[in-house]
Design a protein around this ligand. Structure first.
Ligand code: 5GP
Length: 134
């Protein structure tokens, strides 16, 4: 059975898309720790990030770097925090979270409720900024 993220890649489940290449996809986390909290995934369905082949892993990290730079252009923050959790969705992914302090990357924090119009605007703005990194 396809993972929920594979369904997102195929467009079977909607997402607030940030960027896409032949092999990778980036979209807003639906339960964000911060505005602009983004998930970066390989389209290939692999459960655990560190099971990716070296070239796939390196490619994903380079894609994540460009997405992170785009997020930083749009969301006022000190850094883009990077986290790998993977306890909920068995499809490799990297969290990119705008942070201003260490506590902002605590996944036990309450998640933000952001309405659809704002999520759409955030994703469109980051997607536009991403064009600078192609
Ligand atoms: P993890 O597997 O890293 O523990 O957590 C998975 C992340 O995926 C969570 O932050 C959760 O909010 C996010 N997530 C789960 N289902 C969906 C979904 O259908 N759409 C989006 N955009 N994010 C999701």
């Amino acid at each position: 059975m396809s993972s929920i993220f594979s369904k997102i890649v195929k467009g079977e489940i909607p997402s607030y898309k940030i960027a896409e290449t032949k092999d990778f996809y980036a979209f807003l986390d639906i339960n964000p720790l911060a505005k602009g909290h983004t998930l970066v995934i390989p389209k290939k369905e692999v459960d655990y990030l560190f099971d990716l082949k070296d070239d796939e892993y390196a490619g994903l990290q380079l894609f994540a770097k460009k997405v992170a730079l785009a997020i930083k252009e749009v969301i006022p923050c000190t850094r883009i925090g990077v986290a790998v959790i993977g306890l909920e969705v068995p499809h490799a992914h990297i969290h990119l979270v705008p942070i201003n302090g260490m506590g902002d990357l605590n996944f036990a924090n309450p998640k933000l409720i952001i309405d659809a119009a704002e999520m759409k605007l955030i994703s469109e703005n980051i997607a536009k900024a991403f064009q600078n990194y192609l």
